[in-house]
Ligand binder design. Structure first.
Ligand code: UFG
Length: 330
């Protein structure tokens, strides 16, 4: 049994990695200030240290409990639209706290670091699938902040030998297939939970952000990848670090779906209409983000278990149906 530190492990994607680590019999410590995460999202079996990355003493104290097999960094502000309104807050928090964590890892002799990165660093990339080698051009301060941390890790690997993985998530979606964990943001801004809640009559009608994109139905296209598949990808990437290689991977399914297709999938799953209105584009949103997802498969054998949008939406619906008030119902 090896010890894993999951910073931000009470959040949406981090909590699903914790579940996967526990299922494999690993020891897990979660470091999270619960500013956006939920104590109830930390499954029994993992220990929660409630503290902030802005608290150097708390960070030093937890890292001193090593040795760690790896440190995973999920704790960041993560909304593209928010970052367009408040760029300096995103740059200062995400870069500053990320650098503090990387620096502390170097001082404490950590050998492996896994960063939650994002497709948003490709900004308004062209119209085809996005490979790891596609041009970097962050379309938002959020994407820029993750790119800055990827570069910091590249230098830290080269100079200090801290092996790193940068995993560029496309659109994390769905919920724990066992029904223990799900997506619960406040405020909720993501398409699938908002569409589900609109269908269930728990929220006002959804607004479709933009119908004039250069896509077949005019709405923006994203690559929705199941959050449990993201979790297994982290462990596939970790095996690369064990083999002495840094790992930079795009994590998606390679399949794009438009906002209208997501609405249709939610309607099929819920058996009800999704009330919606048509609105203007949201600032910072690129027309299309779809991964060329084969590099991680070629390197590690990882493939997403959830291959269809319907299967992904079904898990999201099951969790929200059972938890009308999110983790407040746990
Ligand atoms: N959308 C709507 N109406 C809404 C909410 C979203 O039409 O009420 C649309 C968006 O415009 C976008 C799509 O649905 O076209 C998906 O939007 P989300 O807010 O669910 O997700 P984003 O694509 O904006 O962002 C997500 C993560 C980011 C990450 C990005 C990478 O939140 O952290 O995926 O693809 F950077």
């Amino acid at each position: 049994m090896a010890r894993h530190l999951v910073v931000g492990g009470a959040g949406y994607v981090g909590s699903h990695l914790v579940a996967e680590l526990l299922a494999r019999g690993e020891e897990v410590v979660v470091f999270d200030d619960l500013s956006t995460g939920h104590a109830a999202a930390v499954l029994a079996g993992a220990r929660l240290v409630r503290a902030s990355l802005a608290d150097p003493q708390a960070l030093d104290a937890v890292l001193a409990e090593g040795p760690w097999r790896a440190v995973f960094h999920f704790a960041a502000l993560s909304l593209v639209g928010d970052s367009m309104r408040d760029p300096l807050r995103y740059l200062r928090r995400n870069i500053g706290e990320g650098l503090a964590l990387i620096d502390a890892c170097v001082r404490h002799g950590v050998r492996r670091f896994v960063l939650s990165s994002t497709a948003a660093l490709f900004g308004s990339a062209g119209s085809g699938p996005i490979a790891e080698t596609s041009p970097i051009d962050p379309g938002s301060p959020y994407g820029e902040s993750k790119w800055a941390l990827e570069r910091a890790l590249a230098w830290t690997s080269r100079i200090h030998g801290l092996r790193y993985a940068a995993l560029r998530y496309f659109n994390a979606a769905g919920a724990d297939p066992a029904g223990r964990l799900g997506e619960d943001h406040a405020p909720e801004t993501h398409l699938i939970p908002l569409a589900i809640d609109a269908a269930l009559g728990r929220r006002p009608p959804l607004t479709v952000f933009g119908t004039d994109y250069p896509t077949p139905d005019g709405t923006a296209i994203r690559d929705y990848v199941h959050v449990a598949d993201l979790a297994t990808a982290h462990l596939a990437a970790l095996a690369q670090l064990d083999a002495g290689r840094d790992a930079v991977f795009n994590l998606g399914t390679g399949r794009g779906n438009s906002v209208r297709e997501v609405i249709a999938a939610v309607e099929r799953a819920a058996g009800r209409a999704v009330p919606h209105t048509l609105g203007p584009r949201r600032a910072g949103d690129p027309p299309m983000l779809v991964a060329a997802a084969d590099a991680i498969t070629a390197a590690t054998g990882w493939t997403p278990r959830f291959q269809s949008l319907d299967a992904i939406v079904a898990t999201a619906l099951a969790w929200r149906d059972a938890h009308p008030r999110g983790y407040n119902d746990t």
